[in-house]
Design a binder for this molecule. Structure first.
Ligand SMILES: O=C(O)CCC(=O)C(=O)O
Ligand SMILES: [Fe+2]
Length: 342
């Protein structure tokens, strides 16, 4: 067996761009699907975001099927905490519950983190008035095109980062998923983002803001029927731990999603109690992707918003109250995102 060498090196193809904000500098983002308007980034943040990426991306491809581009950091250090606080304070979040069926047994799942999502798959575009148009014909879409969700446009405060990320990674993104891990008890179990609606070998750009959390990766178990035995692959690969800090970005690309799993495990103590935001940009190709993302990241429960005085997420709207605490289903760790733990 040939030994793979560690060839982590600088990627010469990365471009730097400046994005000028064409929208009014302070008009909040509004849409009929938003529970409330979302403020624009203050200029102190948006001006400096234009200097991203702060560091060159390092390629990590020294293991079979792995292809990462790791920016440490991507977001300038002087704005990563203000951006974290801005997004935690301005976005609406959900604590999604759903049921899964394993054979005859139905299980209730409580997603062990706060989530929210914006975007629409490649078959549609948002027009300037916020309505959805067919991407091919530019005509309004049939009312019943999306049967289980109402797609939401990416607000300006996240769309600037999306555009910068498109330029830095040479990829297109139409979805923005946001996770908020309030404490070390919040997590995402081992999974891969390899759904068919993302197409073959999807590129996913993943940002970290706030508390440092470990990002674990391990190769998927390989069926022995493949060209190599499961044992041969297992001995060639070793699990990876990236201690993601505020402002870091990991681009996962190539065969990474089809062959590797990733997770943010629960942690005791440390800075995890200060909260961490994860933002991923992805590109969904078909209607099913849009329906899936809204089902698992918005769901049908209460809207939640950060309460700066209470320093926690509370239910937004008429019924105010504390959210989430102590209600996690222990089983959620195993089946989070609808995937059985591997
Ligand atoms: O929080 C993270 O860094 C990872 C999130 C993730 O894997 C996902 O949302 O699919
Ligand atoms: Fe993921």
């Amino acid at each position: 067996m040939s030994k793979r060498t560690l060839d982590t090196f600088f990627n010469p193809t990365q471009k730097k761009v400046r994005i000028s904000l064409t929208e009014s500098k302070d008009a909040p983002s509004k849409h009929t699907t938003y529970p409330f308007a979302i403020a624009q980034l203050p200029p102190e943040i948006s001006d400096l975001l234009n200097f991203a990426p702060e560091a060159e991306g390092k390629i990590i491809n020294d293991q079979p099927d792995l292809d990462l581009l790791y920016f440490q950091p991507y977001i300038p250090g002087s704005i990563s905490t203000p951006l974290f606080e801005f997004l935690r304070g301005e976005l609406f979040f959900y604590r999604v519950k759903y049921k899964i069926k394993r054979g005859p047994v139905e299980t209730d799942i409580n997603t062990p983190r706060f989530t929210t999502v914006f975007g629409v798959d490649e078959t549609c575009k948002f027009s300037s008035d916020g309505s959805l148009l067919d991407a091919a014909t530019q005509k309004p879409i049939p009312k019943d095109k999306y049967k289980t969700c109402k797609p939401r446009p990416i607000p300006f405060c996240l769309d600037l980062l999306r555009k910068l990320t498109e330029a830095a990674t040479d990829q297109k993104y139409n979805f923005c998923l946001v996770n908020y891990y309030a404490t070390g008890d919040d997590s995402i179990s081992y999974h891969s983002d390899d759904e068919r609606f993302l197409g073959v070998d999807p590129a996913i750009a993943s940002f970290s803001l706030g508390a440092k959390r470990d990002f674990l990766m391990k190769h998927k178990p390989t069926p022995p029927s493949d060209t190599k035995s499961a044992a041969a692959i297992a001995s060639e690969t070793k699990p990876l731990k990236l201690p993601l800090g505020s402002g870091d970005m990991v681009l996962m690309r190539g065969s990474t999603q089809s062959k590797w799993l990733h997770s943010i495990p629960k942690r005791k103590g440390g800075e995890s109690g200060n909260g961490r935001i994860n933002i991923t940009f992805r590109r969904a190709m078909v209607v099913g992707g849009t329906e899936n993302y809204y089902r698992y990241n918005v769901g049908d429960g209460d809207v939640m918003k950060w309460d700066g005085k209470a320093k926690k997420m509370v239910i937004w709207g008429e019924k105010k109250g504390e959210v989430g605490a102590g209600k996690e289903d222990v089983k959620a760790e195993d089946v989070d995102k609808g995937y059985a733990a591997l």
